[in-house]
Write a protein that binds this ligand. Structure first.
Ligand code: GDP
Ligand code: MG
Length: 299
């Protein structure tokens, strides 16, 4: 008997927007691979994190939250990415929020997860519960809705019960060879990491006003000696949005630049020279051709 048999497989995190999927992925990988924010619909792309531990490797996919009632091309794209991460998957983590069951949760459960027997129900944000005793009846209610492989209440933000979830994921993986080298933690390119870092800072700064209309492209990424030279363009849809993004006397853009630079220097452990430009691309969130040219493609 081969005692060194490894387990490995694909794990997809699905759930409606803003339940904490990206926060959970970052916690499981113990590294920030997916950007998060208080605004819904922050994740736009498929983000992959790799967790290797004790002869098990989980390849975990974070997806845009499934959402309804929005009809722009960007929303359709995001829902497509969310649903395409469902095929060929070994384990699904269905993330919901404690005590907040919504129409979209019901939709995902009934239409997407129906009949699937490899679903772990993850009840997130238990740290927010004021009356802890309400959790058990909530779990009972959900148990009746589907034949879940496991049900685990967690706090992705505080880290409560994440180890239990991790164990449940790893032990339920099929016996297989590793899909990625042991030391790899993500499959994203440096350019993608940079554009997502900058987009996160934009949402943090002007997310109240224009959360969904910003996209970032990287025009230059060059290492010269000890310095990384990066220049990026931030696209918005209207002149008024450009004004908001730049801010009075350039205040917002400056702050986005500073916080992005600091985080990039931490990630790359190098000095970073960052240049940001703001441009208007009319109606980009509703134009598939423009979106494709900006990197919104389904692989
Ligand atoms: N209190 C609390 N907030 C959380 C928790 N997990 C995520 N959040 C917050 O919920 C918001 C949405 O999180 P995010 O990971 O971007 O959600 P996603 O849209 O499902 O990927 C962010 O402000 C997170 O900080 C949690 O366990 N407890
Ligand atoms: Mg997300």
């Amino acid at each position: 008997m081969n005692e060194d048999k490894t387990k490995s497989g694909l794990v997809s995190i699905i759930g409606r927007t803003n339940v904490g999927k990206s926060t959970l992925l970052n916690h499981l990988i113990e590294q920030k691979v997916s950007i998060t924010s208080r605004k819904p619909q922050t994740t736009r792309f498929r983000v992959l994190g790799i967790k290797t531990k004790g002869l098990c490797q989980a390849v975990i996919i974070d997806t845009p939250g499934y959402h309804r009632g929005h009809k722009r091309a960007l929303n359709k794209y995001m829902n497509k990415v969310a649903l395409s991460a469902m095929t060929g998957i070994d384990i699904l983590l269905f993330v919901v929020e404690a005590l907040k069951w919504k129409e979209e949760d019901q939709f995902l459960l009934q239409k997407i997860l129906k009949g699937l027997n490899k679903v772990i129900l993850v009840i997130n944000k238990i740290d927010k519960l004021k009356q802890k005793e309400r959790l058990l009846p909530y779990i009972d209610q959900l148990t009746d809705k589907h034949d879940f492989m496991d049900i685990i209440p967690i706090s992705a933000l505080k880290g409560n019960n994440i180890k239990r979830l991790e164990k449940s994921i790893l032990t339920n993986l099929p016996t297989a060879e590793y899909l990625y080298p042991e030391e790899q933690t993500t499959d994203m390119t440096e350019k993608f990491l940079i554009s997502e870092t900058i987009r996160e800072k934009c949402i943090a700064r002007v997310g109240q006003e224009i959360p969904y209309r910003i996209t970032v492209t990287i025009d230059q990424f060059e290492e010269k000696g000890l310095i990384l030279f990066i220049s990026a363009t931030l696209y918005v849809e209207k002149k008024s949005q450009k004004g908001i993004l730049i801010g009075l006397g350039g205040k917002n853009l400056k702050s986005i630049g500073t916080s992005s630079r600091k985080e990039l220097e931490r990630i790359f452990q190098k000095k970073v020279m960052l240049k940001l430009w703001v441009k208007v691309k009319k109606n980009w969130t509703d134009n598939e051709t423009i979106m494709q040219s900006m990197g919104y493609r389904i692989e």
